[in-house]
Structures are given as C-alpha cells and as structure tokens.
Design a binder for this molecule. Structure first.
Ligand code: F6P
Length: 460
C-alpha cells in the first residue's frame, strides 16, 4: 500500500548530509505513522527543494524500520508557496472551516489565479510520482485537502490502482463551496468522487454528498465514514519517559495547588484560542476565588508561520494573555500561562496533569487532543468540548459540550468543570476513557482500506 500526504513523517532542517531530521509532530502524521508498521506500506510526501540527499533519506528511513519505504517528492519554494501558503491554507482551510466573511474575503486577484495553478502543479507532481512507484493493482490512499486533485489524476493515469481518498478536515455544504469559482469546485469534486472518499463523521460525509448532487448531478458517490483515533501505543510509550515526568513536575510547580485548566493546540485561528481566553477572562472577572485557585495553561504550537495572518494571530493571543494577567494576577501568580513552542513531551505532560481540558475549535474534522486527554490524564480531568468538532460525537455526554462561538456558555461550562465534585469527575473520566479505547480498538488505517475496498467491490 502507498500512503500519500502533503506532510511526511519526518521533518528536516539544514542542508546536505548535515541536515537534522526528526519525527514530525501533528495530528495527521501521528495518525498515519502506524500504517508503516506493515513492511508492505510506503509513504510518499512532499519536501522542500532540492530534496533529500541519499544519506538523509537513509537516516529518515531508519527511523521507520528501514527498507526504503519513504518517498520524498521535492517541490520548489515558489510553487510550494503558491500551493501551501496561498491556495491550501489561505483559501481551502478557512473555506472548509466556514471561516470567511464574504463581504471582503476571499478576493480572486491575479495572485490567486497563480496560486490555483501552483496547487494543480503540486498535485500533478505527486500524482506522477505515485504513478511511477505503484505496483500493478496496489492500494493507494491519498490524504487531505492539500492533495484533492491527486485521486482524479491517478484514476486517469493508473486505472488499475485500488485508490481511496481521506478528508481529515470538515466538508461544507454547496452554499459555502460556492466560495470557489464553479470550475474549481467542479474539478475538486469530480476528483474526490472518482474514488471512495472517506470522512471523519457522518456530518462531513453528508455535506460532501450534497455537493456531489448539486455540482455533479450524480447520486453515485462512494463515500464512507472512518473516525480517526490516537495511536495509543505511541502515547503510552511517550508518557512513560523521563522527559515527560520532568515536565509534569514543572507543571505542578507552576500550578502550585491551583486547579489547572489546560489546552493543547496549534496556534491556528480555527482552534478558537481567543474565545477560550475571553471565557477565562470572564470567569476571573466574575469570581475572585477562581482568580486565586485556577491557572489556565496554554500549550500553543507555532504553525504555518509563512501563511499570511498566522504570526499576527499568535501575537494577538500573547497580548490578550498579558492583558488578562495584568488585571487578574493574585499574590504574584499570573492566572494565564502560554507556552509557544513545539515540545511534544510538554504537551503530553499537560494532558496528564489537567483538571479541565478545553477543546473549543470553531469547526474541526475530528480533533485528537480531545481523545488523547482522556487516555493520558491521571487526575479524573473533565473535558469541555466544542460541539462543532468530530470528537464531540464520540465523547458525547461524558464531556461538557459547548457552542464554540458562545463565550458566556464556555465560561459557565469551565466553571462547572472546575467546581465539579470528585464522584462526578471520576465517573465522567471513566466514561471518556472507555469511549476512546473502544473507538480505537480497530487500527484506523485498516478500516479505511477495508471500507474503500468494500465500496469498490459494491459490497457496502
Ligand atoms: O488536519 C489538517 C492538517 O493540515 C493536516 O494535514 C496537518 O498535519 C495538520 O493540519 C497541521 O498542519 P500543517 O501541516 O499545515 O502544519
């Protein structure tokens, strides 16, 4: 089988043989990495130009058990910028999260038209490499919105392959898809509809099928639902390390006996950290007890810093946190702490130590943090979760659901969670963990491949 994604399992920095490589972090990569446990799986992904040297490729490969199964495809910086910064992340990402205020954005100028060509070009490059690499009849699963044209291209170039596509983020209804020019939307939908297309929840699947009916005038869409879960084995192994233990002690020192409300997110506007901070501000303003007894710890991983608006967004969050601390610090202890770095061990430590976990994205395909928290937490922590993410379906009423735009409701849910008695906490904690463990019982990648096969053979 070949797994195809924009990001690979390894990040690299520097040039030539001195390049430093490390295992990539992030939801998609952690979700796909277990697929490499099968010696029969290869992974094809993009990298910067001029690509990896043979030595770097060997070292990266060794991290995943060797035998040459990692296939980087080099993309030149200009095309990568047009594809990733502009088309994928300044247009498709907000579009699929319903994040546009169409009275002023997006606006399709000349640069946008170049960005669309850049998007097509990267999809073409990836499809061409897969077409050369794949054995006759091999299964190929293409992942996520950065590569939506690849399934259709491969279907034309290699009709023998057992193709599937998986969409990790939300899908939208026809009205919102209409943000794209009709030929662009049509091209995307025809490509996805050429193969079995998978989604994280029935909600996103229904939206996709509605778009196919409206745009392609077809009722024959081969879509399926396969909700993703965390890699439990990887989490357990990492949670037991000395580095995580060190971060846990540091967090306990920082909280100093206060109730710890934690969050772990990429610093992405769709994660809704700003409304989370406003809810904290509201609580602290309304209750001096809470200001004394609660600390809000934010683990915000820097992300997409080359995409317009992301750096400014992270700075806005910093300013807001400073402002809250200026008004609510009691006995020299600030109530808001923000860590802005990609330290995976600290993220794991925070998930083990929270009393309350806030996961309030504006909209999200699934959200793995909401599932990882209940697996790692050792304090009967309560989860407050956005009703607009796929994980809220899975956690159901064991978590406290909130509408992500409702700051007042979020503040109330946080207050309820912070003040919850030990019996209710323990009971909810048990149900949360059981829901996640049950859901992860079948390896996710196997379900995707099996469901796609059933759809192709007409058995589903
Ligand atoms: O789930 C959406 C997604 O873009 C994944 O494809 C990716 O792993 C993650 O978010 C992080 O984003 P990026 O790769 O752009 O840093």
């Amino acid at each position: 089988m070949i797994v195809v994604s924009y990001r690979g399992p390894v990040t690299s920095a520097g040039d030539g043989d001195t390049t430093v490589i490390r295992r990539a972090t992030g939801g998609l990569v952690n979700t796909l990495a277990p697929a490499l446990a099968s010696r029969d799986t290869s992974w094809l992904f993009t990298t910067g130009h001029p690509g990896w040297s043979a030595e770097v490729r060997r070292r990266a490969d060794e991290m995943f058990g060797g035998s040459g199964r990692l296939h980087p495809v080099a993309v030149d910086p200009e095309t990568a910028h047009l594809h990733y910064d502009l088309f994928a992340n300044s247009l498709l990402w907000p579009l699929f999260h319903n994040g546009f205020d169409r009275s002023h954005a997006p606006s399709y100028d000349r640069l946008f038209h170049r960005a669309w060509r850049g998007y097509q070009e990267v999809n073409r490059l990836v499809a061409a490499e897969v077409a050369v690499l794949a054995r006759p009849g091999e299964a190929v699963v293409v992942h996520d919105y950065q590569l939506m044209l690849v399934p259709g291209m491969l279907k034309r170039q290699r009709p023998d392959l057992a193709l599937a596509y998986f969409h990790h983020i939300p899908f939208v209804y026809p009205d919102s898809l209409g943000t794209l020019a009709r030929p662009v939307a049509g091209q995307v939908l025809s490509s996805l509809n050429a193969v079995p297309a998978g989604f994280q929840s029935t909600r996103w699947q229904r939206a996709f099928e509605q778009c196919c009916r409206d745009y392609l005038e077809t009722r024959d869409s081969f879509s399926f639902v396969a909700p993703v879960g965390p890699d439990i084995h990887h989490l357990d192994t990492r949670a037991g390390t000395a580095d995580v233990a060190r971060h846990r002690s540091a967090l306990r020192r920082v909280s100093g006996g206060r109730r710890l409300v934690g969050r772990v997110d990429r610093a992405d506007p769709m994660k809704n950290v700003e409304r989370g901070l406003r809810a904290a501000d509201l609580l602290l303003t309304e209750s001096s007890d809470l200001a004394r007894n609660t600390v809000f710890v934010h683990h915000l991983v820097p992300t997409r810093e080359s995409v317009p608006g992301y750096r400014e967004h992270a700075d806005t969050l910093d300013r807001l946190a400073r402002d809250i601390n200026a008004r609510h610090t009691v006995d020299g202890r600030p109530p808001v702490i923000v860590y802005r770095e990609d330290d995976y061990d600290r993220a794991i430590a925070l998930l083990a130590e929270y009393d309350v976990l806030l996961v309030n994205p504006v909209r999200e395909g699934m959200n793995l943090v909401a599932q990882e928290g209940p697996l790692l937490n050792t304090r009967s922590g309560v989860v407050v979760v956005s009703e607009e993410c796929g994980s809220s379906e899975l956690l159901a009423d064991a978590a406290l659901g909130v509408h992500p735009l409702d700051v007042a409701q979020t503040a109330e849910a946080l207050r309820y969670a912070i003040e919850m008695g030990p019996d209710e906490r323990a009971e909810r904690g048990r149900r949360l963990e059981a829901a996640v463990r049950h859901h992860c019982a079948t390896p996710w990648h196997d379900s995707v491949v099996d469901l796609a096969r059933l759809l192709r053979t007409g058995a589903a």
